[in-house]
Design a protein around this ligand. Structure first.
Ligand code: WTA
Length: 664
């Protein structure tokens, strides 16, 4: 086989365009190339196609109200309930015994929820939330790991019209408190703990620490007992309730789904931006759900007969749109896995694909690069023939990793969709429609039908194919964020100001800026190059360098810090911290350890610096601005850019020498 493999590798190496198989195209949900023109000619009414995938209690009057840009409204006048669309309608339509969620714990235990099971538990939990005092429009924070109670809680919130605010379980106590304070959230659902690499992790201790810093106090907390006998023996406090006991009290209860206005908030999700304060991205019921469902149908090609697995965490937007809302609205089976990909062995992912005969698999490039490093013998030891389509999300994928995925996971039979989107866009924006377009490894593809994206220069003029520029979106879309929570001004300044005429009422003068760099080729395929703001992307997780810097500066003995992203073979980017100590404090292991601890406490282990480099000064311009580009060059071992505008040009070489000394 080795000989054949080498030939195959060589052939794939050469190939830069791949066609979907006839077999795939024949069964694809979307296979008519005319869809691009159809959407363009019939814009914005084309989006009725997305709304038609849902049940509406009240038909909408207008597809798009663009009278007050950039505060666009979609499907105005319409009313619907997201939980009804993801649960009740399948029960009513004869699919009550179809499996909705297949959950696998890290230790191999499994739980299966049919749509009927989901209906029962969501209703009971919705009743419990009401009894705890949750009213329509109250924000409920969900600080939970990958357990089935997380999507159940999300759907229960949606049922009673209480927006959820999911905080990734890997975030720290402080990060939880920041997000609860910012969202004015008085209710919390959490968990006693979960398993990581075989060991139980205490989550309730961290939760309680966070709750101590919630300024406005908390009315009620619900705690899921995940660990059972492995638990840490916490006693629940006065306003803390056990999930199972609450459900027992509500046995058989039913709660009618409330009719929500299409523009009513479905959820908030905090994400990192340029400043230290995370942004509360607001998504609505009608537009978001239509868009997540449409893209699940058109791009992920999900049908209700499918078993579909997205290996993201529900704590991020990918899990919201493509583990919970999209797949469940379509009535398919969504797989959830609690643990890490290499526990107990490096074949764990492929074991799950084989066991559940997964049809469609969606993951992050960082995971693919790790699989590649571990070697193809792990996927080869499993039967992956059930797979029909593969996807990636979260960061650019290098052609080598793309081809490895295509060959070793997809057996050259499955199209690979490289999907570009953001927390703010709600769903996929730029990617190939797998039943229509050829794929080009390394390039996400053309904008989806109905999406108008352009690559421009700093003046907003379109750049030629092949040249790097800034990605912009020129027309609104249903899944877009509506604003930043209680901060319309920041919404405009973060996303619109750069390329819009902000005095104009004409939607044509408004341009959305996602803060990514990109280039386009002659066929209109877009390659996204990465963030152009101070956000870095570590293992597909979006982190603000300012947030990390303020955590480091909070450590005793640190005077100043600058954080940049450096290239990393598996993680894509890694955190590099350059630190100036205060007088009287020693640079060394003790301070380095305290800095790492400070970052983990403020944000979480995902933001842990790969390298901490002590330096007497940071490279600054004459006006005092830190030259991050140069620090990035140092982190990447790249040739240094122009240092002539620096006030202290010598410092860069000194820092460089230190980095080399540390890496040796
Ligand atoms: C990056 C994740 C290149 C990009 C859904 C974006 C990508 C940020 C891709 C959003 C891709 C996401 N190719 N880059 N296919 N997908 N990105 O909000 O920089 O966690 O702005 O949403 O990830 O990250 P977020």
């Amino acid at each position: 086989m080795a000989q054949g493999d080498t030939e195959l590798e060589a052939r794939l190496e050469e190939q830069d365009e791949f066609e979907p198989s006839e077999e795939f195209v024949a069964q694809a949900n979307v296979s008519d190339a005319g869809i691009y023109d159809e959407f363009e000619e019939n814009w914005p009414e084309c989006w009725e196609r997305a709304a038609d995938l849902l049940d509406w209690d009240e038909e909408y009057d207008e597809v798009l109200d663009d009278s007050n840009p950039p505060f666009y409204e979609w499907f105005t006048g319409g009313e619907l309930n997201a939980c009804h669309n993801c649960v009740d309608r399948h029960v009513e339509n004869g699919d009550k015994n179809r499996v909705a969620i297949k959950w696998e714990g890290e230790h191999g235990e499994t739980r299966t929820y049919t749509y009927q099971d989901l209906y029962r538990e969501v209703n009971e939990f919705a009743a419990a939330l009401r009894d705890l005092g949750v009213e329509e429009d109250d924000v409920v924070t969900l600080y939970m790991p990958m357990v089935p109670e997380l999507p159940i809680a999300m759907l229960a919130c949606a049922r009673i019209g209480a927006p959820h605010n999911v905080v990734f379980a890997g975030f720290s106590a402080e990060a939880l408190a920041t997000r609860m304070n910012a969202a004015d959230s008085r209710f919390l659902v959490t968990c006693d703990g979960y398993y990581r690499r075989g060991d139980p992790l205490d989550h309730l201790d961290k939760t309680n620490e966070g709750l101590d810093s919630v300024d406005h106090g908390v009315d009620a907390t619900v705690v899921v007992d995940r660990l059972g006998d492995d638990g840490f023996g916490h006693d629940l406090k006065g306003n803390q309730h056990d999930w199972d006991e609450l459900l027992d009290e509500q046995r058989g209860e039913r709660v009618d789904p409330v009719e929500r206005d299409a523009e009513d908030m479905l959820f908030l999700m905090y994400t990192s931006g340029t400043t230290g304060q995370p942004k509360g991205v607001k998504h609505t019921t009608g537009g978001y759900l239509s868009y997540a469902t449409w893209t699940s149908h058109a791009v992920l090609d999900i049908e209700k007969e499918d078993t579909y697995w997205c290996s993201a965490d529900i704590g991020w937007i990918t899990g919201h749109s493509y583990i919970v809302y999209g797949p469940l609205a379509l009535g398919s089976t969504t797989v959830m896995y609690e643990g890490t990909p290499d526990f107990p062995n490096r074949d764990r992912m492929w074991d799950i694909v084989e066991k559940y005969a997964v049809d469609v698999f969606y993951t992050a490039p960082t995971a693919i690069r790790a699989f590649m490093k571990w070697g193809s013998k792990y996927p080869e030891s499993r039967d992956l023939s059930s797979l029909r389509l593969l996807g990636t999300v979260g960061e650019p994928i290098n052609p080598r990793a793309w081809k490895w995925y295509y060959e070793h996971i997809g057996n050259e039979n499955c199209p690979v969709v490289d999907t570009w989107w953001q927390t703010e866009t709600g769903g996929m924006m730029i990617t190939t429609l797998p039943g229509v377009k050829n794929m080009k490894p390394g390039s996400a593809g053309p904008p989806l039908p109905g999406i108008d994206a352009q690559i421009v220069d700093t003046n907003g003029d379109e750049v030629e194919p092949g040249r790097a520029g800034y990605l912009t979106v020129n027309k609104p879309w249903p899944g877009m964020l509506r604003t930043l929570y209680k901060n319309d001004e920041r919404y405009i300044s973060e996303y619109w100001e750069e390329y819009s005429d902000t005095d104009s009422d004409d939607p044509d003068d408004w341009v959305y800026f996602p803060e990514d760099g990109a280039k386009v080729d002659d066929d209109g395929y877009i390659t996204v190059l990465g963030r152009v703001d101070d956000v870095i992307n570590v293992s597909g997780h979006r982190l603000g360098t300012m947030e990390i810097e303020s955590a480091i500066v909070g450590v005793e003995g640190v005077a100043e810090a600058a954080v940049v992203g450096g290239n990393h073979e598996v993680k894509g980017e890694a955190v590099y911290a350059y630190v100036i100590t205060e007088d009287g404090y020693e640079e060394g292991e003790d301070l380095r350890a305290r800095i790492i601890e400070g970052v983990e406490d403020a944000i979480g282990p995902i933001a842990r610096p790969e390298q901490v480099v002590f330096t007497p000064e940071l490279p600054k311009t004459r006006s005092g601005k830190i030259m991050r580009r140069l620090l990035e060059d140092v982190a990447n071992g790249a040739e240094l850019g122009n240092t002539s505008t620096l006030r202290n040009p010598d410092i860069v070489e000194q820092i460089e020498a230190k980095v080399h000394a540390q890496s040796d």
